[in-house]
Design a protein. Structure first.
Length: 212
């Protein structure tokens, strides 16, 4: 996909400073003309040096990011990624508005009901008529191009994100594991990620991360 084509996917809107408990980031906003959705990036430090940038591609999870849900690890991953970027003094977090692995907030809550009846996260999405993971990462390219980023050290446990960015022409120089907040409420959820979606979440690594 050419740069002009990817640029048409998003309209850059504006930016501002965003003080957080970890650092003062610069918050950048885009609007996706096709859907009207607003997507964000939190940037810190000089990203134009040509060195691989510590990065996180985070899909919106209102229940985890805002409401402190322990059913998933999303909120903890968001905080963990921002903290790591702050510690390094340089990095970026892309916040994509694709709730519930792309099925939307209300359908995610419907999926939760099915999970309470015995389905796992993949089965619940399929029962609702969706793919197991309906997310699309093509917006990452114009967002990263805005900062001149061509290579990232990607904080993820998800091989699909690595494959998606690679196909978009973004070099993933390193995968940085992000294993956080395994608990009694999300243990099955995390196990399903590993067993059915191929997430790299070995028990030993998870235990070491939880103990840190």
């Amino acid at each position: 996909m050419q740069a002009t084509a990817t640029a048409a996917l998003l309209d850059y809107a504006t930016s501002c400073t965003l003080p957080t408990p970890w650092a003062q980031f610069t918050l950048h906003a885009w609007v996706e003309p096709a859907t009207g959705k607003e997507h964000l990036a939190m940037a810190l430090g000089d990203l134009s040096t040509g060195e691989p940038v510590l990065a996180r591609v985070h899909s919106e999870c209102l229940t985890g990011d805002v409401m402190f849900s322990q059913r998933c690890d999303c909120g903890a991953q968001l905080e963990g990624a921002l903290q790591r970027i702050a510690e390094e003094g340089r990095g970026i977090l892309l916040y994509l508005r694709q709730e519930g692995r792309g099925i939307g907030l209300v359908n995610k809550i419907r999926a939760y009901r099915l999970q309470e009846a015995g389905a796992d996260t993949v089965e619940a999405n399929l029962q609702l008529g969706f793919h197991a993971d309906a997310r699309n990462y093509e917006l990452c390219r114009p967002m990263l191009e805005h900062f001149g980023i061509q290579s990232v050290r990607l904080m993820t446990n998800n091989p699909r994100k690595i494959d998606a960015l690679t196909r978009l022409g973004i070099q993933v120089a390193e995968r940085v594991p992000l294993l956080v907040n395994r608990n009694a409420f999300n243990n099955s959820y995390l196990n399903t990620k590993q067993a059915k979606l191929g997430h790299m979440m070995t028990p030993a690594a998870a235990q070491a991360s939880d103990a840190a």
